[in-house]
Design a protein around this ligand. Sequence first.
Ligand code: GDP
Length: 488
Amino acid sequence: PPIIVSDLAERMGLKSFQLLADLIKLQVFVAPHQAIEPEIAVQICEQHGFTFEREQRVKGGGVHKQEEVVAEPEAPDEEPEDELKLRPPIITIMGHVDHGKTTLLDRIRDSRITAGEAGGITQHVGAYKVEHEGKPVTFIDTPGHAIFSAMRARGADITDIVVLVVAANDGLMPQTLEAIEHAKHSGKTIIVAINKCDLESANTMHVKTQLAEQGLQTTDFGGDTECLEISALKGDGVDDLLELLALQAEVLELKANPKGNARASIIEARFQQGRGAVASVIVESGTLKVGKPFICGPFAGKVKALINDRGESVKSATPGTPVEVIGFEELPRVGDALVEMDSDRAAKKLAEERQGELRSERLKIPQKSRMEDLIAHARDGNSKAQLKIILKTDVQGSVEAIRNAVNDIESDKVDVVFLGAAAGPISESDIQMASSSDAVVIGFNVKVEAKAAKLSKSEGVQIKLYSVVYELIDQVREAMLGLLEPES
Ligand code: GDP
């Protein structure tokens, strides 16, 4: 744990400012809530006639006990080759607004009803599986980037292939470029569906030229990007798209071991009356079964029921299959991993450990710089308070959009000041700037560099990460309107 100046002062029966004066002499410029290096602490302690010793951290309130180690069953690095079975590819459809993503998802979903499969889909589980000539394909049933980004931010990147929908009459638009950037960045296979080819104004040549400019040379241009011309509205070419996707499981050698402890990724979660927290998941490996205990984030649970994308209650779900899971203690987060445990006891124990870790993480962060506290703090004076923000986003385009949206929030108590706003990951210098000026760092679809994360903890700088714009705006607004109670 970091050595915080004020803590150290307290233990020596001194005031923080006395230590700060000593620190300045050592050329160390910090605030009372900030941390100092152990070597510096040693010197300071010596000056005051103390010896500096680090406490041994003992779990469980200082009582030594032989701890039983409980760990989440790890996915083995290498599964025995003969246990591996092909699994369906998992597809996310992306593209610019109005280019036909929803129409395409609906069309594909409907195709299996016309294909004579029993029953339509009555259950929304966030994803659905269709079969093309016996080969299954799983589609994430949310167009756009929000879920993709949310999952990626949590390191739960389950998409195998991005189907990029481009309207033939419109060409590449800002969100198309954003999608290409996302997909490339995370190393996804991109398959392009040029949509609305039924329109007179369709210009597929133009689209392909534009794609080539983005480094996506289509196969008929001598490149290796698969590209299909379709009409989601009329259904033309949709079968070809399905066939291409169905074959990709083999091409990309998408395999998983259906044996062993199940692992799944949360793609949606909600509270449902009478059922409690329910979540939709896609199974990644193993077979998820009713009755099995699991861990998901910091909570234990037990699979009480599984419901497939047709609303049928099922006993198990194999890799690549979307299902709704009932049996969570608390609402999990999108991107969390659900991992089957060998016993209820092991699941509960691991959950306790994780909750304990979370608590101590929270305790370590000096609370002074939380967004709402900063405002409350600044408001102690009579003048209008300032909320200082350093904004980092994934792409330049969203910098201005978010900045404008936040500036539009009207508050008679608080002024927003952007100390910085740029595209790129949250870096150490962002944290330093935030720390020296009591600002919060807000990230939109960005990563936090490891060093920055570490520094933010020792400096007590709050980093707020968002992947959905309106959530970001809402929280800033609530903080500004004083709706969020300052935590003491
Ligand atoms: P999304 O915003 O990308 O999900 O786009 P939508 O699926 O909502 O489609 C936007 C509009 O384009 C709707 O009015 C659709 O009917 C229309 N549309 C979608 N696909 C096609 C197509 O293949 N041809 C034509 N002519 N219109 C389409």
